[in-house]
Every structure is written in structure tokens, then in C-alpha cells.
Design a binder for this molecule. Structure first.
Ligand code: ADP
Ligand code: GN1
Ligand code: MG
Length: 357
């Protein structure tokens, strides 16, 4: 199987060593190593992405635009096949190949503020460079991906269809989700009132979607499947969700799920250095809300998947999605407790910024 795919990209199978790679929850990834070149091969998850060609088309549009407007920018675009196609189909699955970015690595959780700062800066830079890109050129690779109103509906459907055992096991978490429904109501108002603009948004800014160099400087953003028009709260929110706690969503010891204030400050600085002058006043006011929005949505998504019998996310043990839900709900609680401190930091940083100009 792999041989056909490598051949399609002009790589002689005997010259390459193929090993599974990374810790993504959706696609299947392999590192392809030869004597001088290394690549990343991915099989797109067809249960999630029904139209892989839409992803490929979006990346071509963005690559062309960035080549013209920001030629120095490192855009981790996939390579064409020998026939000039951007995907290979094999037994109903779609594959793509990208150059392995040299001397790069990813991290699954943050160990120093610099990583949070650098990652936030990279995601901010991405949206900034695409500020004037014509959004109508982009296809929606996952419709309603971060539509929290719809996620709540999907959660309710999962509740209605779940088996009794799972409903019982998740009783506490279901109540916690219901108790925080105001987070979804705020989102509904934002959308109805068209209060914030659509931008080119990455929609999956978790920390292992940034490549770092050996000095922990950000090299580029990766995992571009969900780049679509969207709201900035998705990107900033997912950074809050995945950068603030030294323990990530996989942590089973929930006492380790904590908020590190220095990481919050680092995200704010990194993102605002790039996007500060582009964001509207309403967007700036939503900076802290964005974290609640994404943490709450992820808790709902993990819980709905648990109730549905684990059909979406890769899982390694029976209660995996329930434990991930508990983890995200604890993170939400700690985040809500931190809000006033966050407001204080933003006020200080903005004051320092004003007095520096
Ligand atoms: P998923 O959607 O499953 O998360 P990703 O596109 O994030 O898939 O890739 C999984 C992992 O593979 C990343 O976290 C990263 O470690 C590695 N990776 C992906 N693309 C590259 C690349 N171009 N260069 C180096 N490493 C990469
Ligand atoms: C998935 O592909 P990956 O692992 O980077 C998911 C994100 C979730 C994340 C939770 C297409 O991201 O939305 O936030 O898992 N991607 C999709 O870890 O559903
Ligand atoms: Mg990823």
C-alpha cells in the first residue's frame, strides 16, 4: 500500500524508512526518512474530512497568495505528486506528503513561557499576513466546526441517544456542562449581532501544531486542515486551552491541571504583537472570553464523543473521552477563577504599551 503512495510522489520505496509519527487525534501521520531527505506523509481522516480536495484547494490558494505577499514566510504546504496532483487516492483514502521541516520539533505541553509566546506569535502572524486575503476563495473544510450553538445541539442529541451506563458514568460532567451554558449564550449573541469580523483562522492552535527550532523559537504553523474563515476567538481560545496549563488534556491526574499566569501573559504578548493593531475594540474585549469559549466547547465535544461511544477521537482506554472531559471541566473552573487576574495583567500590559509610544 505504502509503496504505491511513495511512488506517486516520486520516492523509491526501498530508499525510505517509514514510521508512525506525532500525537494528533485525527489524521494518521508517518515520518518518511531517506539518506538525505525526510518527509511527513499523512492519511486524511475521511470520517472527519468528507471532502479532502477542499483542504488541498485552500492550501494552494493560500500558498499562492503568501508567495506573492510574503515570500519569506515559511508555509508548510504539501508537495505535488509526479502528475501534479496534490493528493493521492489509494483504496478510498487520501494521502499527502509534506517536506519534514529540518531541525524542527513539536511539544505536547508547555514547559517555558517562551514556547507560549512564540506559538502565539506564529498563529497571530498567520492571521495577520492573511488579513486582506479574499475569504470567499476559501472552502469550509468542516462546516460549523466551531459553531458552539451547534455543538450544544450535538451534545443534547448525544444525551438523548446515549446508553444508560455511559449516561450514569458521566452524570456529574453533564451537570457541569449544563451549569456553564451561559458561555454558549454569549457566543450566540455575538454571532447574531455580527459583532466581530470573519478572518482567516487556523482553528486548531494547540501547542503540537507549531514547529519549534532547537532554541524553542517558533518556525511555522502546521496542521492546516481546518484553516477557514472564522472568528479570532477560536485561535486565541485554543491557545488558552492548551498553553495555560503545564498538564494537557491527556493528563489523568487532574490536580496537575493548573493555570500558569506567566503563560497567559506570554500568549497575550505574542498574539497582540502581531494582531494588536488589526483587532477591533470588541475583539480585544473578547480576549479572555475566547478561553472560556474553546475550553467549554472542547469539554462538550469530548463528552458528546464519550456518550456517542467514542466514534470521533482516537482513544487508548475505555473512559478516555470521559477523563478528557473531566480534565477540560477542571481547566474551565480554574480559568474562570483566574479571570480577574487576567484582566489585571491586560490592563498593566496595555498601560506599559501606551507609555512606550
Ligand atoms: P493531526 O491532524 O493528526 O494532529 P498534524 O498535521 O498535526 O496531524 O501532524 C502530526 C504531527 O506530525 C505534528 O504534531 C508534528 O509533530 C508532525 N509534523 C506534521 N507536519 C510536519 C512537518 N511539515 N515537519 C515536521 N513535522 C511535522
Ligand atoms: C483534534 O487533529 P488534532 O489532534 O490537532 C481536533 C481539534 C481538537 C483536538 C483536541 C479536526 O485536533 O478540533 O481541538 O483534536 N481536530 C478536528 O485535542 O476535530
Ligand atoms: Mg495536529
Amino acid at each position: 500500500m505504502m509503496d504505491n503512495i511513495l511512488n506517486a510522489f516520486g520516492l523509491k520505496p526501498n530508499n525510505y524508512h517509514v514510521v508512525p509519527f506525532g500525537s494528533g487525534l485525527i489524521n494518521y501521520t508517518w515520518k518518511i526518512s531517506g539518506t538525505s531527505q525526510q518527509y511527513i506523509l499523512q492519511r486524511i481522516n475521511k470520517n472527519v474530512f468528507k471532502t479532502p480536495q477542499d483542504i488541498a484547494n485552500n492550501l494552494v490558494q493560500l500558498e499562492n497568495y503568501l508567495k506573492q505577499t510574503a515570500p519569506e514566510y515559511l508555509f508548510a504546504a504539501p508537495l505535488p505528486t509526479v502528475n501534479g496532483e496534490n493528493l493521492v487516492e489509494d483504496e478510498g483514502n487520501y494521502y499527502r506528503l509534506s517536506p519534514f521541516i529540518k531541525n524542527s520539533h513539536t511539544v505536547d505541553f508547555i514547559e517555558q513561557d517562551k514556547q507560549a509566546y512564540e506559538a502565539a506569535k506564529q498563529f497571530g502572524k498567520f492571521t495577520r499576513l492573511l488579513k486582506d486575503f479574499d475569504l470567499t476563495q476559501l472552502r469550509y473544510t468542516l462546516t460549523d466546526f466551531h459553531n458552539l450553538t451547534l455543538r450544544v445541539e450535538q451534545f443534547k442529541t448525544a444525551l438523548a441517544n446515549a446508553d444508560k451506563g455511559r449516561l450514569n458514568d458521566a452524570a456529574t460532567e453533564i451537570l457541569q456542562v449544563e451549569a456553564n451554558i451561559d458561555i454558549a449564550l454569549i457566543y450566540e449573541q455575538l454571532v447574531k449581532g455580527k459583532q466581530i469580523p470573519m478572518r482567516v483562522i487556523h482553528h486548531d492552535t494547540k501547542i503540537n501544531n507549531i514547529l519549534f527550532d532547537d532554541n524553542n523559537c517558533g518556525l511555522c504553523v502546521i496542521d492546516l486542515d481546518t484553516v477557514m474563515p472564522g472568528y479570532f476567538i477560536s485561535d486565541v481560545g485554543d491557545m488558552m486551552r492548551t498553553y495555560l496549563s503545564p498538564a494537557n488534556e491527556e493528563e489523568r491526574d487532574l490536580s496537575k491541571v493548573q493555570i500558569n499566569d506567566d503563560y497567559f501573559i506570554a500568549v497575550y504578548k505574542g498574539y497582540m504583537e502581531e494582531m494588536g493593531s488589526a483587532l477591533t475594540a470588541t475583539e480585544k474585549d473578547l480576549f479572555i472570553y475566547s478561553g472560556k469559549f474553546m475550553i467549554y466547547m472542547q469539554a462538550i465535544r469530548f463528552l458528546a464523543d464519550y456518550l456517542n461511544g467514542d466514534v470521533y477521537y482516537h482513544t487508548q482506554y475505555a473512559e478516555h473521552n470521559l477523563v478528557r472531559t473531566q480534565n477540560q471541566l477542571i481547566l474551565l473552573e480554574r480559568y474562570l477563577q483566574s479571570e480577574s487576574r487576567f484582566l489585571g495583567y491586560i490592563a498593566q500590559l496595555e498601560k506599559a504599551f501606551v507609555s512606550s509610544i
